[in-house]
Design a binder for this molecule. Structure first.
Ligand SMILES: NC(=O)c1ccc[n+]([C@@H]2O[C@H](COP(=O)([O-])OP(=O)(O)OC[C@H]3O[C@@H](n4cnc5c(N)ncnc54)[C@H](O)[C@@H]3O)[C@@H](O)[C@H]2O)c1
Length: 260
């Protein structure tokens, strides 16, 4: 039995990487997916093949009015909004003394304010139906600091706490809100950031206890669980999906003992 049969899902950042993988998984699980992004996507063919009523809209998550209009249109057309997944995001940062103000504003606007605006847009419908599952996408960098993380880490730390507050404020309305903190996932964003720094990338993979980058589909699996009735009593949760990156430190002792 498909886990999301006939659910209506809005997915932001749906053209690429994690958002696209989540849109595709939701569609394969029986949901109608209304995707939004600032760019088009060839990958959406697979989403529409799995769920023919699904479609992708051009929309900037920093545009609150456009988000409200799309949520109203979705509710009018399909009668409800069951799921919101917020994957739209950008990576940028650097040490604070080096970081320009407009770069700070852009990251906070898209990653944090964009999440707030996305959630705000679906609440009227979810409150009226007294049900809904909101899944935000933060990052392991929203839990722990990382060198040069500044704006990105601040934005994702904000998403982690915003998620908990939404869970607290709307739980009695039947609305659940959880966040996924991906580790390092092989997407166009990560390749854009890491491919120019192969030594840093190798060092990061060395810190991942499973010894590899994650795949977008592995985040989509968690996003499917949190959106579905399997997570019916899960809210305010921060679900880390990182191959053990944040589990703790390893110093080569088990290798020394011949375990791996
Ligand atoms: N890849 C990773 O290692 C990783 C790790 C932790 C968290 N994340 C988070 O996961 C989310 C998805 O990242 P990804 O790696 O799939 O990146 P990605 O670049 O492949 O996808 C991000 C999508 O967001 C869209 N987007 C950017 N700005 C937008 C805007 N203003 N309005 C609407 N859409 C916009 C982009 O066009 C793109 O399609 C992001 O929030 C990112 O911070 C990624």
């Amino acid at each position: 039995m498909a886990k999301l049969q006939d659910r209506v899902a809005i997915v932001t950042g749906a053209s690429s990487g994690i958002g696209l993988a989540c849109a595709e998984r939701y569609a394969r699980e029986g949901a109608i997916v209304v995707g939004t992004d600032i760019q088009d996507s060839e990958g959406w063919q697979a989403v529409v093949e799995a769920s023919p009523q699904s479609r992708l809209h051009t929309l900037d998550v920093t545009d609150g009015e456009a988000q409200q209009a799309l949520a109203q249109k979705t509710a009018a057309e399909f009668g409800r909004i069951d799921i919101l997944l917020t994957a739209a995001g950008v990576g940028d940062g650097g040490p604070v003394g080096w970081l320009e103000e407009d770069a700070w504003d852009r990251v906070i606007d898209i990653n944090l304010k964009g999440t707030y605006l996305s959630v705000k847009s679906v609440l009227e419908t979810m409150c009226a139906q007294r049900s809904g599952s909101i899944v935000t996408v933060a990052s392991v960098e929203g839990i722990n600091g990382t060198e040069g993380g500044s704006a990105y880490n601040a934005s994702k730390g904000g998403v982690v706490l915003l998620t908990k507050n939404i869970a607290i404020d709307y739980g009695r309305m039947g609305i659940r809100c959880n966040t996924i903190c991906p580790g390092f996932i092989d997407t166009p964003m990560l390749r854009g950031l890491m491919d120019p720094m192969p030594d840093v990338k190798a060092d990061i993979i060395g810190e991942v206890k499973m010894g590899r980058l994650g795949k977008p589909e592995e985040i989509a699996g968690a996003a499917c669980f949190l959106a579905s009735d399997d997570a019916s009593f899960v809210t305010g949760h921060t679900l880390v999906v990182d191959g053990g990156y944040t589990a703790g430190h390893s110093h080569g002792i088990v290798q020394m003992m011949g375990l791996v």
